[in-house]
Ligand binder design. Sequence first.
Ligand SMILES: [Cu+2]
Length: 164
Amino acid sequence: MKGLSILVVLLIIIGGGWYLYKSQAAAPGGDAATGTMPTELEPQQVVVTYTDEGFSPTEVTVPVNATVTWTNDISGDMWVASAIHPTHMVYDGTTLSEHCAGGIASSPDVFDVCTGIGTGGSWSFTFDKTGTWKYHDHIATNRFGTVIVTEAVEEMDATDDAAL
Ligand SMILES: [Cu+2]
């Protein structure tokens, strides 16, 4: 019986020692793994200028959670809104009358200015959904643009390469 107790104590000591050895041995690998982990991407900022020729550039490609800012360089108002005119439902599934009640966007996730932005003014929107998002000027409905929102995979690969 005494022999068994000693054996159990020995096993605990050896087991504990092995565990400590394993955790310490694993620690440098863990740190290295953390070091090569891609750091969280800065949200990209992209500017689209609204000119007399339309949106410029007409199409932009950004990683998810990027913010696109439209600046109005025309003499009239600019009203950026999700496709499809006149309902503007494509981005978030709600209609213009639902998400722009009272001329104010019902949430920051509404891809619709919901009002006219005057000359020199700007409006920003952060895209948290991947996809190809077409938009137009709700005042001059023959003016179109596209924002392509991608997963941020390419940027992460670049970070990994830089770390190696
Ligand atoms: Cu419209």
